[in-house]
Design a protein around this ligand. Structure first.
Ligand code: PMP
Length: 294
């Protein structure tokens, strides 16, 4: 069956799913989005994703023409329509059609777009063997300029970092702030483990408050690994026992190298491995059920 894409209450084929070239999300990246996983017929942590979406929208003063219940129902419908049991949902809320000027108040109504599809996962070898990171010259946006807690449709800051990583043969980029503190990666949050303690950068440095990041904080705390949210530099990564990344698409991925230097023993460590196991168990628990038969 071909993909059925939700736009403002109707479903369209891939070819017919279109929005106006005058929509400010196309013209200026003025919109917000979420990426959400479906595990075994349940939408994982849907409530948290929708709450973050509403916060993002509020921050940029974008009025979404649907409430949280309507968004939930539409996402469930999109997953069912495409018969997704394990997959990925992209939810995009646009500013809507306006003039060629910036003014968002001249865009009367935004669109809601839901693409429920299968997911192309990172190759299994990264989970087994870990991945190598490179620090890139492009700094993460200053929070005073554009707070990373808004998951906006303008990802140029991250895309530049991704290009720089790719140009040197890496799949993910480590991004710092203007003071040299570690912030996050182009599309994932970062954690380090040192002497049984786990550290992740605080969101006030300019990191997205990742849903997976929050789950890892919960799981680690339950497993008696205290998680500190405090600034650290590359020094702390070079001298860490373990490092890993978190994200909706990536889940938890071990990092074994930064800037060509091995981290810890240069292979995925026991804390990362136990968090991966705990996370995978969790994905089968916290879901919003899509299909009546389970
Ligand atoms: N940071 C950035 C910049 C991201 O785009 C993402 C999402 N891909 C994350 C962190 C991870 O957030 P989440 O766990 O909510 O997917």
């Amino acid at each position: 069956m071909s993909l059925q894409i939700y736009i403002d209450g109707n479903f369209y084929s891939r070819e017919d799913a279109k929005i106006s070239v005058f929509d400010h999300t196309f013209l200026y990246g003025d919109g917000v989005f979420e990426g959400v996983r479906v595990y075994e017929g349940c939408i994982f942590r849907l409530q948290q994703h929708l709450e973050r979406l509403l916060d993002s929208a509020r921050y940029i003063m974008l009025e979404i023409p649907m409430d949280i219940h309507e968004l939930t129902a539409a996402m469930v419908e999109a997953v069912r329509k495409n018969d997704i049991r394990n997959g990925y949902i992209r939810l995009v809320c646009t500013r809507g059609v306006g003039t060629l000027g910036l003014a968002p108040w001249l865009c009367p109504k935004g669109s809601v777009i839901i693409i429920a599809d299968s997911i192309k996962l990172y190759p299994e070898e990264y989970y087994e063997n870990g991945l190598a990171l490179i620090t890139v010259p492009t700094q993460r946006n200053r929070v005073e300029a554009l707070n990373a807690r808004v998951k906006s449709c303008n990802y140029l800051n991250n895309i530049l970092a991704k290009i720089e990583a790719h140009n040197s043969g890496h799949i993910e980029a480590l991004m710092l702030d203007q003071n040299g503190y570690v912030v996050e990666c182009s599309g994932d949050n970062i954690f380090l483990v040192k002497k049984g303690e786990i550290l992740t950068p605080p969101t006030y440095l300019g990191a997205l408050e990742g849903i997976t990041r929050n789950i890892v904080i919960e799981l680690a705390t339950k497993g008696n690994f205290p998680v500190k949210q405090e600034p650290f530099t590359r020094f702390d990564i070079f001298t860490a026992d373990e490092v890993f990344l978190t994200g909706t698409a990536a889940e938890i991925i071990p990092v074994i190298e930064l800037d060509k230097r091995p981290i810890g023993e240069g292979k995925p460590g026991p804390v990362t491995r136990s968090l991966i196991t705990a996370f995978r168990e969790r994905t089968l628990i916290d879901g919003h059920q899509v299909y009546p038969d389970g």
